[in-house]
Write a protein that binds this ligand. Structure first.
Ligand SMILES: Cc1cc2nc3c(=O)[nH]c(=O)nc-3n(C[C@H](O)[C@H](O)[C@H](O)COP(=O)(O)OP(=O)(O)OC[C@H]3O[C@@H](n4cnc5c(N)ncnc54)[C@H](O)[C@@H]3O)c2cc1C
Length: 383
């Protein structure tokens, strides 16, 4: 494959992950969607390919890759199995990158190697029953006592929570300080007082298990806090900004899978004496999907390039997530339409893509929150 916009290393990575995704992830995706079981064999395969430590420095067991490489890997994994890409992104892009970005030397040495190899699964615990978009309103408390934080509260809808060993957990040391009271703690999930309950009944990405985590007087060593006082919220926003690039890439993967399924169906399905693909109405849908997917992909890669060049990227990252999630939804919608009645039923993958795409407009900042971020940044620049 040649690609004017990718380096040789990036093309090699894309081809490697694409082959794995096509041969291993895609054939198992429908089964995992039905069973909603955590995809341990996919996790093990991704670990074998070294992808869990893709952006983690080599000294901590990773391969020191770029944000662009992470975007390439996330897109290809999502194309084969969106649920597995959620597991991957929550693990690497949220939990592991948080520790890599804000952990001290001891924290990185302690936690990154097992996360980078996939030996341990990570989760990122921010959302609560009463605080999603309004992250500064979290109530989970972290009270300092004798060199520890005593953590109490409930987190909800946390991806990977039922399987995770390491929980990057956001908690407040003082609710009256609002966002300034928030601390970022590395919590080992086998610490006494933690109960995790899997939440069932998801619309899509069903094999990426989510859980509620109850913290009942959990003692977290003081040395497990990342950074200094009043830094947890800012750290969280920085990690989410970066991770939105991965979600954008995930959306492109889902959309690309929908496009390819639609093209295949249109070529093989006959109507009015010829294939659907001869009909102009169908061709227009395919042209729109392909154009929008390519635009979304380039926006994602631009955000990743900006981040890799240490340039401001938050606005573009939000644009990537906002636009790519819309494209994923619309591509899945058109793919179902091109399949007609067949697209409404499980044997065709497009009904799954349609359900999988929906969450991308919700998690890691809803579309409304992305618009808020984009508008604020633009208004700030011109004000
Ligand atoms: C499958 C799944 C996996 C998840 N994984 C994780 C995870 O790993 N870790 C984690 O911490 N969380 C996770 N979440 C939670 C997710 O991040 C939140 O659901 C999301 O941030 C939205 O919060 P909320 O659900 O409380 O909605 P709310 O904040 O209550 O919002 C409800 C609606 O109001 C809109 N709204 C809110 N505020 C504004 C505003 N200021 N302006 C305009 N509109 C607004 C929203 O856009 C939305 O449409 C997950 C959620 C799902 C569904």
């Amino acid at each position: 494959m040649s690609d004017l916009l990718l380096s040789d290393d990036e093309i090699l990575l894309k081809n490697t992950v694409s082959d794995y995704s096509k041969n291993e992830l895609a054939p198992r995706a429908a089964g995992y969607d039905e069973s909603a079981l955590f995809p341990w064999d996919n996790v093990s395969g991704i670990g074998d390919l070294g992808l869990f430590g893709l952006t983690i420095p080599e000294e901590y067991g990773g391969s020191g890759g770029t944000t662009r490489q992470l975007a390439i890997a996330a897109e290809e994994i999502a194309k084969g199995c969106a649920a597995t890409s959620v597991v991957y992104i929550a693990h690497l892009s949220l939990c592991t990158q948080f520790i890599n970005m804000f952990g001290n030397e001891e924290q990185k040495r302690n936690y990154l190697p097992d996360l980078a190899s996939g030996k341990k699964i990570g989760a990122f615990a921010l959302s609560e029953p009463g605080a999603g978009s309004d992250a500064a309103a979290i109530k989970t408390s972290a009270v300092k006592s004798n060199g520890h934080y005593v953590v109490n509260g409930i987190k909800t809808w946390i991806s990977n929570a039922p399987e995770a060993s390491i929980l990057v957990t956001l908690a407040t040391s003082d609710t009256s300080k609002k966002h300034r009271g928030i601390e970022a703690l590395i919590v080992e999930s086998d610490t006494g007082g933690i109960v995790t309950n899997q939440i069932h009944g998801k619309m899509g990405v069903r094999a990426s298990t989510v859980g509620e985590i109850i913290f009942d007087n959990v003692l977290v060593p003081g040395k497990n806090r990342m950074g200094g006082d009043e830094q947890g919220f800012g750290q969280t926003m920085e990690v989410l900004n970066a991770s939105r690039i991965s979600i954008g890439a995930q959306c492109v993967g889902i959309a690309q899978a929908a496009l390819e399924a639609a093209v295949d169906y249109a070529i093989h399905r006959e109507a009015f004496g010829g294939p659907l693909s001869d009909l102009q109405g169908i061709q227009w849908m395919i042209a729109e999907m392909a154009t929008e997917i390519e635009a979304a992909r380039q926006l994602v890669m631009k955000s990743a390039s900006l981040r890799d060049a240490n340039l401001p990227f938050a606005t573009e990252a939000s644009m990537s997530k906002l636009y790519a999630s819309k494209v994923a939804m619309e591509s899945a919608h058109k793919a179902v339409q091109i399949h007609g009645g067949a697209g409404y039923f499980a044997p065709t993958p497009v009904e799954r893509y349609f359900r999988d795409a929906r969450v991308t407009e919700i998690y890691e900042g809803t579309s409304e929150i992305q618009k808020l971020v984009i508008a604020r940044n633009i208004l700030k620049k011109q004000g």
